[in-house]
Unconditional design. Sequence first.
Length: 122
Amino acid sequence: MLASDFGPLMVYVFGFYLLLDIFGFICVAINSSYGRNRWWGLGLALFCTLGGLMAVCSAWNTSPEFIFFKYLAMPSLVCGFLSLYLWGIDRKHWHILLLRILVYGSIIVGGLVLFALSVRRY
C-alpha cells in the first residue's frame, strides 16, 4: 500500500461516523422513554455527547476535500446534547419539546456549518 493510497481507510472512517450517528439516535430513543432520570441514562447520554464531540473535532481537522465527514459527524453531537436534555426533563409534553429542539437545532447547526464553509482556509 502506497502512502497516497488511503481509500480503504476512508471507508473505515466513514463507517465509524455512521455507527456513531446510529448510536446517537438510539441514545435519544432510550433517554426519551426508559433512561430518563436514571444513572445509566446519564452515562449513555454523556458517552454519546463525548463521542460526538470527538468525532466533530477529528472531522474538523481533515482536509477540505472530505467535507462529508463534517456533515456525518455533526448528528452524533446533536443527538448527544438532545439525549442529555431529554434525560433531565419531565415526561409531560416531551414530543412538542422534541420537535422544537429538532427544528431550532437544525437551524443553528445548519447556520454554523454554512459559516464554517464560508471561512477560507489558507
